[in-house]
Design a protein around this ligand. Structure first.
Ligand code: AMO
Length: 443
């Protein structure tokens, strides 16, 4: 026997129906819904990205609907492609059934109704039965859309000369500091799950100049919040030879424009099904951290409790401000206080209390952190010592600086957070296929 690499199929896709009008074709999928009428039946077939209306009537052929044709059976349906009309008068193809070949039978009926427009149960139940509830067309559209975001990220950066990398997730140290690092026993030695690809993406700048990674990262978040996950997909980029940290913000603006355009064109069905309000991006306003604090105090009469960072309420207010003042769904906040940014962040030479860093807020939620990094060896060692870190523990990271690194910077964009606010969802878990949080590691 030989494999030839040919992947010819003997079934057609719904997208090809137009060219088969009035012809007999076979299509495969899962029987999503059966609606029995008095002398005919609608059988909705769920294919990879569509639902196809198939109609059964005795007049169409000699085939008679068998008893075991049930919802969630995998099937091949043969029939005649006919053009029908939807409620709004547009053309929609359907299939007049001539035969149904069942390929599998479910052992039980689904525990949650998935045939309605949306899955009507609480979030926790929805997540408990995720392998089943994700079959619902609206539910699965979320993650198709999410695929589009990642695809846009990858396509845009590839065109901009970035190399895709994969950094290790079992690491000698946490890259972001703080207490939210997962410890792991590694053959008797303590290691850590990657909080981000930070140390590795920086190392690779001296190799490929521009790199990106889309991969899971791990944060031991001890609180159950609507915006934190213990495992999330971080879309990271790092670029060398920057003139300033603003180059990274320009890159992200271009990147987001590209992603939104891709969603509008190639993910139109999902955008419509989910009623996604795709943001129009022409330019993104930029505010300095302290300017933003002043706006909060003066315009919103808000008295911040922490002058080193923003709380969620402040981010929300800044989101509203960006919309009202600049008609923008996004706003960059720059120059975060040095005390709140990780050790690799470059301080602003003009005012070292602050950093050459930024966050990007999308509709009032932080979706990105980024900035310029320290690239000089002595400066990085000095900064680590100032923060009470032991540079020797980071000797492999410091090879980058010791043996020469170009000026560089980058960013990390949280995929689930971006998806969440595109959907207008209240909880990040809605935008996470199989979320991991303090109470959930299954399914
Ligand atoms: P930071 O820690 O701010 O920066 O994370 C970057 C982005 O990741 C998302 N994010 C999260 N999403 C879900 N659950 C969480 N627990 C969570 N934590 C963070 C947010 C956030 O803006 N190394 C830097 C990035 C860089 O400077 O390149 C970093 O990881 O959207």
């Amino acid at each position: 026997m030989f494999m030839t690499g040919k992947t010819a199929k003997n079934t057609v896709e719904f997208s090809e129906f137009e060219k088969y009008e009035n012809e007999i074709v076979t299509i495969k999928g899962t029987i999503h819904n059966i609606r029995m009428m008095s002398d005919f039946a609608f059988i909705i077939l769920r294919t990879a990205r569509e639902t196809v209306q198939c109609v059964y009537a005795e007049s169409f052929s000699d085939y008679r609907l068998a008893e075991d044709v049930k919802e969630e059976c995998a099937a091949k349906i043969t029939g005649k492609v006919v053009a029908g009309e939807t409620r709004d008068g547009s053309k929609r193809y359907e299939l007049q059934i001539h035969n149904i070949e069942l390929l599998s039978h479910p052992a039980e009926i689904p525990p949650v109704v998935i045939t309605k427009k949306q899955v009507n149960c609480d979030l926790s139940t929805k997540l408990d039965y995720r392998p089943v509830t994700l079959r619902n067309p609206k539910e699965r559209a979320i993650f198709k859309l999410q695929e589009g975001i990642q695809r846009g990220f990858r396509e845009f950066l590839s065109k901009e000369g970035f190399t895709e990398i994969h950094s290790p997730k079992i690491n000698f140290a946490g890259a972001e500091g703080g207490t939210n690092v997962f410890k792991l026993d590694y053959f008797g030695k303590q290691v850590y799950l990657a909080q981000s690809p930070q140390l590795y993406k920086q190392a690779m700048v001296a190799v490929y100049e521009r790199v990106f990674e889309i991969a899971p990262v791990f944060r031991a978040e001890h609180h159950d919040t609507s915006r934190h996950l213990n495992e999330y997909i971080s879309m990271d980029l790092e670029m060398g030879f920057i003139e300033s940290f603003e180059d990274i913000m320009e890159m992200e603006t271009g990147l987001l424009k590209y992603i939104m355009q891709l969603l509008k064109t190639e993910y139109k069905n999902e955008v419509e099904l989910l009623h996604v309000d795709i943001p129009e991006i022409t330019e993104i306003p930029v505010l300095k951290f302290m300017e933003a604090k002043e706006i909060l105090m003066k315009k919103f009469k808000y008295q911040p409790t922490d002058m080193k960072d923003f709380d969620p309420a402040e981010e929300e207010m800044l989101g509203k401000y960006a919309k009202k003042q600049f008609n923008s769904d996004f706003i960059f906040i720059t120059h975060y206080p040095s005390k709140k940014r990780p050790f690799y962040t470059m301080d602003d030479p003009e005012d070292p209390e602050y950093t050459l860093s930024f966050d990007l807020l999308f509709r009032g939620l932080e979706i990105t952190s980024g900035g310029q990094r320290v690239h000089d060896y002595n400066a990085q060692v000095a900064k680590m010592e100032k923060l009470g870190m032991n540079p020797e523990e980071f000797a492999t990271y410091l090879m980058l600086h010791k043996y020469g690194a170009p000026p560089h910077g980058g960013l990390g964009l949280g995929l689930e957070r971006l998806t969440m606010h595109l959907l207008g969802a209240k909880n990040v878990r809605e935008a996470t296929m199989f979320p991991r949080d303090i109470n959930r590691v299954s399914p």
